[in-house]
Design a protein around this ligand. Structure first.
Ligand SMILES: Cc1cc2nc3c(=O)[nH]c(=O)nc-3n(C[C@H](O)[C@H](O)[C@H](O)COP(=O)(O)O)c2cc1C
Length: 171
């Protein structure tokens, strides 16, 4: 039984060297400004490439979709180039990697990105905080309560759908 997890697996059109999957975990290590994936992140993922497949930390499809400090994006050319460091390192180490696309909806604060969060309804998430770096001299991050979101319009919904499509298509 134990051997099975070490055996290869065909996932769609991908050959995985084993059946271990690394779950997505937010690390808040993207370079600033621009929330750009960097060499440290590539090293981190390559170190874990003994898994058959890795799912990256959640990655915002737009600035509006960001809810946590220093999470990476997949909507600017710089971010795409940054992700190539990680995909290249992981492929070289013999593993496969999927990117987790996210939009945090109402779980955000204007302190994260300067934008009022958007959500299906203008209802604030109760007892929910987000993690921000507010420039404290110690460099430490703090948690702040989320802001009341703005109710999304039909155009907002179409925009977010298009952002996910664009994120999925990014080379
Ligand atoms: C530090 C940390 C960061 C996480 N970040 C994400 C994330 O970015 N996306 C996600 O879907 N889940 C995230 N998770 C959830 C983990 O993927 C989840 O804990 C893992 O799948 C194990 O599942 P379990 O907690 O139900 O056992 C995170 C968990 C931890 C501990």
């Amino acid at each position: 039984m134990m051997e099975k997890i070490f055996s290869s697996y065909r996932l769609g059109n991908l050959d995985l060297k084993n059946r271990f999957l690394m779950a997505p975990m937010t690390r808040s290590r993207a370079s600033q400004p621009g929330d750009v994936p960097n060499a440290l992140m590539a090293e981190y993922y390559a170190q874990r490439a003994s898994a058959g497949i890795i799912i990256t930390e959640a990655t915002q499809v737009s600035m509006q979709g960001m809810g946590y400090a220093k999470t990476p994006g997949i909507y600017s050319q710089e971010q795409i180039e940054g992700w190539k460091l990680t995909t290249g390192a992981v492929h070289q180490a013999g593993s496969k990697i999927f990117l987790q696309l996210w939009h945090v909806g109402r779980v955000s604060s204007a302190k994260v990105n300067g934008l009022q969060p958007i959500a299906p309804s203008a209802i604030t998430a109760k007892e929910t905080s987000v993690y921000i770096f507010d420039g404290a001299p110690s460099g430490d991050a703090t948690f702040v309560p989320v802001d009341e979101p703005r109710e999304m319009t039909r155009e907002d919904i179409a925009t977010v759908v298009a952002e996910f499509v664009q994120g999925a298509k990014m080379p």
